[in-house]
Design a binder for this molecule. Structure first.
Ligand code: SF4
Length: 237
């Protein structure tokens, strides 16, 4: 799997290769079971049921690093943050920021395009209870690291959605950029900002999950602030 990730010469190649990964037995079993059983509301739909690749242009200056696809969102539609409540909140914010051409993301063929932004997850398969294990995160890391390598020439800012994504950044920083963060590693927090000399800036943002957005822990205004800051740091108009 590591070798397959390393062989990917461009994002299309990488997206195709990751979509065919079976490296985590627990997650393979779960993604396929969810795709077989389906949620009642989506009973008439065909679920993707495979790893979910990244989304966005190869010359992105901003990356949004999520946790993992949702069982009935990305695992159903085959596109990251597409078809679930988290995506509703995220894409509405990206549209307000001028980084998405439309405020909704409901299906892989809905015409959505991103500007200057690429979105991907630390773990590419839907996990039970939205909780991948650290071992699964490490197993999936070569896909993340290769994706970062491919967009490295233009990438300036990474927005980590939640503590899990924040934690996934440090091994990537070392593997892709050869940079070690100070010890102890900077703690995750909403609005946290890590800046290195030879690597993209890292911004922390509460995850766009319903747990945060329904409770008011993360508001649209807070998301707008994060993306305004990301655009400024990345030099995006
Ligand atoms: S989580 Fe990542 S490494 Fe594990 S099976 Fe899915 S794509 Fe492969």
């Amino acid at each position: 799997m590591v070798a397959r990730a390393a062989r990917a010469t461009d994002l299309a190649d990488l997206d195709g290769a990751v979509s065919d990964c079976f490296a985590c037995p627990r997650l393979v079993s779960w993604r396929e079971e969810v795709a077989r059983t389906r949620r009642a509301a989506f009973r008439d739909q065909h679920y993707w049921g495979r790893p979910v690749p990244g989304l966005g242009p190869a010359d992105a200056r901003i990356a949004i690093l999520g946790l993992a696809p949702a069982a009935h969102g990305g695992n159903r539609t085959g596109r990251i943050f597409t078809g679930d409540r988290s995506g509703d909140v995220l894409f509405a914010a990206l549209h307000r920021a001028g980084l998405a051409n439309q405020p909704t993301s409901v299906a892989a063929d809905d015409g959505l395009t991103l500007r200057d932004t690429r979105i991907f997850a630390a773990v590419r398969c839907a996990p039970p209870d939205n909780k991948p294990t650290p071992a699964e995160r490490d197993t999936c890391a070569p896909w993340l690291h290769r994706e970062l390598t491919l967009i490295r020439p233009t990438l300036r800012v990474v927005v980590a959605l939640g503590a899990f994504a924040w934690a996934a950044w440090w091994p990537a920083l070392r593997a892709v950029y050869g940079v070690r963060p100070t010890s102890p590693r900077p703690a995750f927090g909403h609005g946290a900002h890590w800046s290195g000399t030879a690597a993209p800036d890292l911004l922390g943002c509460y995850h766009v999950s319903q747990q945060n957005t329904f409770t008011g822990r993360l508001t649209p205004e807070m998301l707008d602030d994060v993306f305004t800051r990301a655009k400024l740091l990345a030099g995006v108009d």
